[in-house]
Design a binder for this molecule. Structure first.
Ligand SMILES: Cc1cc2nc3c(=O)[nH]c(=O)nc-3n(C[C@H](O)[C@H](O)[C@H](O)COP(=O)(O)OP(=O)(O)OC[C@H]3O[C@@H](n4cnc5c(N)ncnc54)[C@H](O)[C@@H]3O)c2cc1C
Length: 333
């Protein structure tokens, strides 16, 4: 530890939850220290268009929104560090937070807002051809598929949102979904069904992703097809495609907190209704603890609420000590 300085609040993660927590904590004069992680701005940073964040009737891009979040938090004194947290110790108070750059920080309170990451299909070819036709981000890679044919795997909001976006570039988008019905919201389904470039393969899974090239003679591999299996008929086909975009859900980024916080079977950090995690003084907000709503506005709202709780916790801590504050804030989970 470089000195005895103890932060009032450390925020882990720079998605909508983290930045909003930083804004609220900064405006409460807590001088928050936020670690961004590798995905600066979080998932929304890779989203082409955000149309459902209030206050922006014409919509805006994900990167634009994230930049505004950061600017607003910094304006009130939030300190943003481009670093990855690789260890926490919540068994002692003040808590200890260690980062990839070798930093060791102590804090009276912590807000966990490490969000979630894309779930994989775990089929042959997926890992090998990521970046060579396999993608988890239409916004990032759609441009490379102008006039091409692509598959979108999944049936939720992300799959349809990205599928619709991909029709701006691709000649044809085939949605491959393991069930007979989509999980996506009605408005997205209506838009997707009305889009003449989108076709569907129901009750179907991807078994393998196939590529040509990449045989060591200097040519990079290039996805050429996907092996699909119809779960109802058992029929297997080699489906020609130039790209496979995978949107089959998210896994909460909670590995860091194993053994430190209560985590449910699905990997979500458990909190009570006021965003207390299982250790008094540790709070969690956004998709790291929310398997249900998973939106920018809900994650941001949870970040704001967690920061307000931190303010309350720190007030009690200063006035009466950790034990009292812990009792007041220890009824989590
Ligand atoms: C393709 C796509 C399109 C979407 N479109 C919309 C939309 O139009 N409207 C909408 O409302 N929502 C949309 N969403 C959902 C929205 O992006 C998420 O609900 C929101 O980003 C969740 O915010 P979060 O802060 O909880 O977590 P995340 O956005 O997941 O951010 C997590 C943060 O934690 C950081 N982190 C993780 N581990 C560590 C660590 N060990 N140390 C430090 N930092 C760490 C990451 O770097 C990242 O900054 C979309 C999502 C996707 C994937």
């Amino acid at each position: 530890m470089s000195d005895n300085h103890v932060e009032q609040v450390i925020i882990i993660g720079s998605g909508p939850a983290g930045y909003t927590a930083a804004l609220y904590a900064a405006r409460a004069d807590l001088s928050p220290l936020l670690f961004t992680g590798n995905e600066i701005g979080g998932q929304v940073a890779i989203t082409y268009e955000v149309e459902n964040y209030p206050g922006f009737p014409d919509g805006l891009t994900g990167p634009e929104l994230v930049e505004k979040f950061q600017k607003q938090a910094e304006k009130f004194g939030a300190r943003i560090q481009y670093d990855w947290v690789n260890e926490v110790d919540f068994s002692q108070h003040p808590f200890v937070v260690r980062t990839a750059n070798g930093g060791e920080h102590r804090a009276e309170s912590v807000i966990v807002s490490t969000g979630a990451t894309h779930r994989k299909l775990d089929v042959p070819g997926e890992k090998e051809y990521t970046g060579f036709g396999v993608s988890y981000c239409g916004t990032c890679d759609g441009f490379f598929f102008r006039g091409k044919e692509v598959i979108v795997v999944g049936g939720g909001d992300s799959a349809l949102e990205e599928g619709i976006f991909l029709t701006k570039f691709a000649a044809k988008v085939t949605v491959v979904h393991r069930r007979e019905e989509l999980r996506a919201s009605k408005i997205l389904q209506d838009r997707a069904f009305a889009n003449p470039k989108i076709e569907y393969k129901w009750n179907t899974v991807v078994e393998r992703i196939n590529a040509a090239g990449g045989d060591g003679n200097g040519t990079p591999p290039k996805v050429v097809s996907a092996t699909l299996r119809n779960l109802k008929t058992g029929e297997v086909e080699d489906f020609r495609t130039d790209g496979v975009f995978i949107f089959v859900g998210h896994t909460p980024n909670s590995q860091l907190f194993q053994g430190q916080l209560a985590i449910d079977e699905a990997g979500y950090v458990q909190t009570d209704r006021r965003y207390h995690a299982s250790v008094p003084g540790v709070f969690a907000a956004g998709e790291i603890q929310d398997p249900v709503f998973r939106q920018v506005i809900t994650s941001a709202g949870q970040g704001a609420a967690a920061a307000m709780q931190v303010e309350k916790f720190l007030g009690e801590l200063k006035a009466h000590g950790y034990h009292h504050a812990a009792v007041e804030h220890g009824l989590a989970v």
